[in-house]
Write a protein that binds this ligand. Structure first.
Ligand SMILES: [Ca+2]
Ligand SMILES: [Ca+2]
Length: 391
């Protein structure tokens, strides 16, 4: 063991402390045809990173390394190749660089990064194309856009701003299920599934709300205790629900259900507490003309759009010629006629973080800037579409 055949770039998201789960990907270019792998592992309190890469269900690679720094630092580790019995057959040295919060910008950085600033960058006095803005930059941009007297120009600038909001992935969230929330949900008792376990898979609601609020320039007020805004929003939701239960303990069940993150009052009260206002825009099966008439004006006024496709919530970013562009916090969804949708057979691959530097054929994986074509949108029944604006 220990044969060093070259350095392999791996990419990790590390936005949480030791002990937490990390996910990443490896673009393994050193052997043709190997592709890339999902990496799933934990950073142990001793600072040892232990990741296993899977190809299908079979663990094929193991990454073991000592963590010698923090965000932005480099990790040198051994990349061990395993046989079917888990024995090490080869190893290589590799180098990883931890990327800091917020979640990294992906596709547009690579696709549109030709360097030339767009109209909004110019307005901001930024000399190069900047695909994602921080919340502070968004706030400043909104202030500048509001001063533009020409309504058409102002609308075009707001539409550009919609694309500069950072994508948020619900699947890496840190919130852990609580007894009192999971006993009373709109879907019955979920304690066995969720109490004491990470809730990311059921946080499309607040993760989409986080993106919608950031688009309004409203950011995470407590990043020290909640590195991810969406986890702060869940904390806030619990505070709101707990306070209501305290005043009316005999109504606990009804309050917990209606202020659940999966109920409208749950996520809406959080948005309102953060300074937002929610307005219904529509629902059902709608064609391009309807979207252009009813939703596009909201986006052009700088409002955020959230939408339920039926049991799943996304942020709508753009009404385009080809269809809707959405930031889907879970991953790559396919819409089917009526109420049906799914992540496809290969959802785990489709939603992994591994495609950020890949070619256009994989663009849309990971849920960022996903295109839903009009032919699919117009046949799918949306449960609701709302605009979120500042109060
Ligand atoms: Ca997240
Ligand atoms: Ca986006």
């Amino acid at each position: 063991m220990g044969q060093i055949a070259g350095r392999v770039p791996i990419h990790l998201e590390l936005d949480r402390p030791f002990g937490d789960k990390v996910v990443g990907y490896s673009s393994s270019t050193w052997e043709k045809g190997e592709g890339s792998f999902d990496l799933i592992g934990r950073i142990t309190p001793g600072g040892v990173l232990n990741l296993v890469a899977y190809s299908g269900k079979q663990p094929v690679r193991k990454l073991v390394g000592s963590l010698q720094g923090y965000k932005g630092d480099r990790l040198v580790a051994d990349w061990l190749e395993l046989d079917r019995n888990g024995r090490v057959v080869r190893s290589r040295e590799l180098v990883a660089v931890y990327t800091p919060v917020p979640e990294p910008a992906t596709r547009q950085t690579y696709q549109d990064g030709n360097g030339a600033p767009d109209a909004l960058d110019k307005l901001m006095g930024i000399e190069q194309f900047t695909p994602r803005y921080t919340v502070e930059q968004i706030r400043r941009a909104r202030g500048l856009i509001a001063q533009e007297p020409d309504a058409k120009k102002r609308g075009d600038l707001y539409l550009l701003l919609q694309s500069k909001v950072s994508y948020r992935n619900q699947r890496n969230n840190s919130s852990i299920g609580r007894e009192e929330d999971e006993k009373y949900t709109p879907f019955g008792d979920m304690r066995a599934e969720r109490v004491g376990k990470p809730l990311g898979d059921v946080m499309c609601n607040l993760t989409s709300a986080a993106m919608a609020l950031e688009q309004l320039g409203i950011g995470n007020p407590d990043p020290k205790n909640f590195p991810q805004f969406e986890d702060y929003l869940e904390h806030l939701r619990r505070k709101i629900a707990d306070a209501k239960v305290k005043v009316n303990p005999e109504m606990e069940k009804a309050i917990r259900i209606s202020y659940h993150r999966e109920s409208r009052a749950g996520w809406q009260s959080v948005i309102e507490a953060m300074g937002g206002y929610v307005e219904d825009v529509g629902s059902g099966q709608r064609d391009k003309e309807w979207w252009e008439k009813n939703v596009l004006p909201h986006l052009a006024k700088g409002h955020s759009i959230m939408m339920s496709i039926g049991g799943h919530i996304v942020r709508v970013q753009k009404v385009s010629e080809e269809g809707l562009i959405v930031d889907d916090p879970y991953g790559l969804v396919r819409l089917f006629p009526g109420a049906k949708w799914d992540y496809g057979e290969n959802w785990q691959q489709a939603n992994s973080l591994k495609n950020a530097d890949k070619s256009q054929e994989l663009a849309g994986a990971r849920g960022e800037d996903v295109l839903w074509k009009w032919s699919d949108v117009s046949k799918h029944s949306m449960r609701w579409i709302v605009a979120v604006r500042r109060k």
